[in-house]
Write a protein that binds this ligand. Sequence first.
Ligand SMILES: [Fe+2]
Ligand SMILES: [Fe+2]
Length: 337
Amino acid sequence: METRLVERLQRLNKQSVDRAFTVEALDWTKPIDKSLKWTPDEMITISYLPSYDLLTDAQKLRFNQLIGLSICEQFIWFENVLLNPALRSCKRIYKLNPEMNEAIDHFMEEEDKHGEIFLRMLMKAEPENYSKENPLRIFKLSKTQNFIMKVVTKFPQIFLWWIWIALFFEERTLDISKKYNKALKEKDVDWNFWQCHYYHMLDEVRHQQIDECFLATFYNKANPILRKINAKVFINFISSYFGPKRMATRILELMQEEFDDLSTETINTLKDEFDTLRTNVEFQRSAFSRQGLGRTYELLAQYDEMDDFWDLLIEESKEEHLGKNRFVRGTHSTILN
Ligand SMILES: [Fe+2]
Ligand SMILES: [Fe+2]
């Protein structure tokens, strides 16, 4: 087992070196088209609400663009505030073999680069709203939430749920890139945003596999009671993504400053419907499909402490994802097509 893990890490480390690219590998010269969408349509959560058509076409487009920006912000936050600090702590706390140490170094360096790419994208799209000092405008955490994240990342050996968050979101990152690929083919998204997600995916294909090594190295060896507690925290945390409301609320509030014809009544009607997303099959098929999250589902199914997770899903079950994952084999290897 240990030998296989080391071999896997050696292969991934070699790929990190062979396939390395810099921020400058991206073409930053193309102007951003403000008449186009910045996010694939199917990723717009409020488009699944019954009252979505209360918004005008101009408001729908702007909502779409702000979601595009918020995704870039979330990556900056997720990678620079959660993953990298947790990994820095792991290097300090655990006695790791050289292969894992090297893998973590590549991982952190790549995430720093992604943070730079997404910030540059934000500053290019809306220089009036973003700067190095202010990278987050839509995705803002409270002081308490920021404090909690600091504690979590300082003690990743206790708050092990960060590993499941990494697995879940890094696989979802690949799905996001695929959705951008599809939207670009249909000429339905700005090229610059597609480019960022395309380059991001080139590294994330590896990260998802390294996350599995984190699971084997850090989570599997932990105390079963600690694992149980962390499973509960993970399920609680991830539950909010199945009925997302925070980002949409913030965006609608920002839009009220931009649109005189966006009434509080319309916003409140939409807000009242946010909870319906939890039981919306179409939304779940797009955001949490087995094609997009199959590997994470396969792993979750192997841990009994994660049994409550399956209650969040309408169409997926633990039994279906146990064992060989027949649904997703090859999905991510064909991502570049
Ligand atoms: Fe990343
Ligand atoms: Fe990553």
